[in-house]
Design a protein around this ligand. Structure first.
Ligand code: HEM
Ligand code: HEM
Length: 462
């Protein structure tokens, strides 16, 4: 069985213009700026609860889900999709099935996310975490995913490369599975509530909720890493067989762990046990991927350093390592007695969704930008500045939120009254907002650099 030709030659065979990848790149950059602005407003409320108190459209209860939905569906997923729309034609040696469909899906995607933001800000929410979007927007999300599924499946059908490289497996699985789990998790057949009743609802919600991280962001992030790192270092993948073992073990293990969000809830013990065992077993698919990628780039750190896209991606793999080791620990009931219901989990969420998946998305964007425009980046310097701002911000978040989580967890475990913990954590909230300013600044610098690179770049053609 032949192996796909993962070398730079492949990229030269097809025209560089890729309007679909460009449209999703711009989408991601725009929503990154919007999402971090919502995050900053939320962080402001946690320092001073009457900050902007009279503006109901952006009070904490609304701006928090706006922030989360904007990062998940506005910034990270479209960023990873932009890279996928670039590497699908390359890896399959064919043009994308339809760029008209691709650009239309990007426009529809933006309308969907904007409708979700407006809906939540006007107070229309179904109130379940990661499933807050109102029912009509849920339908639009499913249509958005279906348009992408259609385009990539039809591209796969007309491919000239027989062997499917692992990035194709990961991304195709992610988009198809999310189209289904989104419907299940949002209980889409009940438009009035978008929910079941009682414990079964919690189980279903977290089956879906964890699949957003485990079966959407993770496989799509890994798809980007498996594409970018071998090409940037001009090295063949260390092991194609291992890459597929990693894929299937992720699909088998990650689908069962949602109940680790409910260890403090009266769900059946057998479900909790499965979720704990599989959470610990996650170390298998994770280490398989990391060993494969890190061996691929062994001795080639110079090449990584020279390519800002690859630099983001390598950083994303390091965060992938940390978030998973941390996650496996957090699924142990004794650890969770301290870490649950407090900022430890918010720290983990930022390490995973920003440190791993978001940084991977930025890496994909910067890797493809010169290739889809046919010109060097507008400013490599600004991209480097953004790299450091985001890296300092997210690393700071990880440290600060973990400390706050330990203070809260230990206080509550020892019977301390909640209100007495508030003065203790106030300084950390101020630090968090300051670090958030780094990330937000990085997002706006990135937006400027990406718009200049896409549309107003007089750089010499490469
Ligand atoms: C080995 C892999 C992982 C394991 C075992 C794991 C485990 C966990 C556990 C046990 C929780 C619940 C904590 C609690 O409520 O007390 C959690 C929450 C969370 N995880 Fe992970 N995690 C893993 C990887 C990831 C990755 C890769 C991402 C992001 C792409 C991620 C994103 C999140 C988020 C956003 C939450 C917060 C959910 C909420 O709002 O309550 N996790 N994780
Ligand atoms: C300006 C930078 C940012 C700031 C100030 C910020 C702030 C916040 C705040 C205040 C919350 C609510 C926490 C709570 O309820 O206690 C939150 C939640 C969250 N943020 Fe951010 N954030 C920022 C950037 C990001 C980025 C870029 C991502 C992802 C790419 C992200 C992903 C998340 C997630 C997944 C949650 C849910 C956490 C959970 O439920 O456990 N944030 N953020």
């Amino acid at each position: 069985m032949g192996e796909p030709n993962l070398s730079t030659e492949v990229t030269e065979k097809l025209p560089s213009s890729n309007p679909t990848a460009k449209a999703f790149t711009l989408t991601s950059a725009l929503w990154f700026a919007a999402a971090t602005s919502f995050g900053m407003i939320g962080a402001g409320y946690l320092i001073a609860p009457d900050f902007l108190a009279n503006i109901e459209y952006i009070h904490f209860g609304r701006v928090r889900p706006m922030h989360i939905n904007a990062v998940l569906f506005g910034f990270v997923t479209p960023g990873l999709l932009a890279a996928a729309f670039y590497y699908f034609p390359r890896l399959l040696r064919t043009e994308l099935f339809s760029h008209k469909l691709g650009v239309f899906s990007a426009i529809f995607w933006n309308i969907t996310v904007a409708a979700g933001m407006i809906g939540i800000s006007l107070g229309y929410t179904q109130g379940r975490e990661y499933a807050e979007l109102p029912w009509p927007v849920d339908i639009m999300v499913v249509i958005s995913f279906s348009l992408v599924v259609l385009n990539i499946l039809l591209t796969i059908r007309k491919r000239e490369e027989r062997v499917l490289y692992v990035s194709i497996w990961y991304t195709t699985a992610a988009i198809i599975l999310t189209s289904v789990t989104y419907c299940l998790g949002n209980v889409i057949w009940k438009p009035d509530t978008g929910a079941l009743v009682g414990i079964p609802d919690a189980i279903l919600l977290w089956f879906y909720g964890h699949n957003i991280f485990g079966l959407l962001l993770t496989p799509m992030g890994l798809g980007v890493a498996y594409y970018v790192l071998p090409i940037a270092t001009r090295s063949p993948l260390w092991s194609h067989s291992l890459s597929l073992i990693g894929f299937w073990s992720l699909i088998i293990v990650y689908t069962h762990i949602g109940t680790h969000h409910l260890l403090q809830v009266p769900v059946p013990t057998w479900l909790k046990t499965i979720s704990i065992v599989d959470s610990v077993a996650m170390v298998i698919p994770v280490m398989i991927v990391l060993i494969n990628l890190w061996y691929t780039i062994k001795g080639k750190l110079g090449e990584i350093h020279a390519d800002i896209g690859a630099k983001f991606v390598l950083t994303g793999t390091i965060y992938y390592f940390f978030v998973n080791i941390q996650g496996s620990m957090m699924a142990l009931p004794h650890v969770q007695r301290i870490t649950h219901f407090n900022n430890w989990v918010v720290g983990h969420a930022h390490i995973g969704v920003l440190g791993f998946a978001g940084i991977m998305a930025l890496g994909g964007l910067y890797f493809i930008l010169p290739r889809i425009t046919g010109k060097p980046l507008y400013s490599k310097f600004l991209a480097d500045v953004q790299y450091w701002l985001v890296l300092i911000g997210v690393t700071g978040f990880a440290v600060v939120l973990t400390i706050v989580g330990l203070i809260q967890g230990n206080s509550w475990y020892n019977g301390e009254a909640l209100y007495r913990t508030l003065p203790m954590i106030q300084p950390y909230y101020i630090l968090r907002a300051s670090l958030g300013a780094f990330i937000m600044l990085g997002a706006y610098i990135g937006l400027y650099n990406i718009i200049r690179s896409l549309y107003f770049n007089r750089g010499a053609a490469t």
